[in-house]
Design a protein around this ligand. Sequence first.
Ligand SMILES: Nc1nc2c(ncn2[C@@H]2O[C@H](COP(=O)(O)OP(=O)(O)O)[C@@H](O)[C@H]2O)c(=O)[nH]1
Ligand SMILES: Nc1ncnc2c1ncn2[C@@H]1O[C@H](COP(=O)(O)OP(=O)(O)O)[C@@H](O)[C@H]1O
Length: 210
Amino acid sequence: MYVRFLSKVFSGMAGPRPVVFSGPSGAGKSTLLKMLIREFDGVFGFSVSHTTRKPRPGEENGKDYHYVSREDMQTGITKGDFIESAEFSGNMYGTSKAAVQAVQAQNLICILDIDMQGVKSIKRTSLNPIYISIQPPSMDVLEKRLRARKTESEESLQKRLQAALVEVEFSREPNQFDVIIINDNLDEAYEKLKAALLQEIQKVKNTTKA
Ligand SMILES: Nc1nc2c(ncn2[C@@H]2O[C@H](COP(=O)(O)OP(=O)(O)O)[C@@H](O)[C@H]2O)c(=O)[nH]1
Ligand SMILES: Nc1ncnc2c1ncn2[C@@H]1O[C@H](COP(=O)(O)OP(=O)(O)O)[C@@H](O)[C@H]1O
């Protein structure tokens, strides 16, 4: 009885392991994580980052990102509101403590979509996530997808392609990621992603049932 109580307290405190998605801009992280959140409603929750970049058409403040000024972001960082933050392609991005806590308070699997600097920072914390790298089948395909997305200026696109080279290199370093998924065919990539997360998904489902 006491053991059961303790294990409940412990599991309540620890909660399910978060999942980090990383990889080049345009690799398909948002597409895949949105599919997961849609299919497994009540299992996953998205850590809404802060960013100084402008919202794209269709993006919602507070849902895709918290859109803030550089000044407000700096103030938050100085105050210690962020678990990690980074400069990417001329804009600031960061994961606030509140963003992760909001998801974990609901006992959901917290999904973080962060660049490689974020991955390195998170590795120095006690978050203990599963690290998943989403990679494009080639740089050519990546460029085509980014262009087809029509969200970037030529300058921003070039910056992202430059950063992508480094992101690809990073994913090839041994032991940086638990799982590497090449997003060639979307449905196949999604199946691989689900298979990699099946155990964690089951844990959350079991806890919810209890
Ligand atoms: N370190 C860090 N990177 C982030 C965060 N939020 C988003 N990013 C990364 O910033 C990069 C640019 O994101 P975004 O402007 O949404 O462009 P997209 O990836 O091309 O859709 C991506 O690599 C994201 O993973 C964050 O809170 N921290
Ligand atoms: N497997 C795929 N095949 C073709 N297009 C894809 C595939 N995966 C994603 N896309 C498209 O590529 C673009 C980049 O994907 P996105 O999810 O925005 O990437 P990221 O979040 O990693 O920057 C989007 O327009 C998306 O619809």
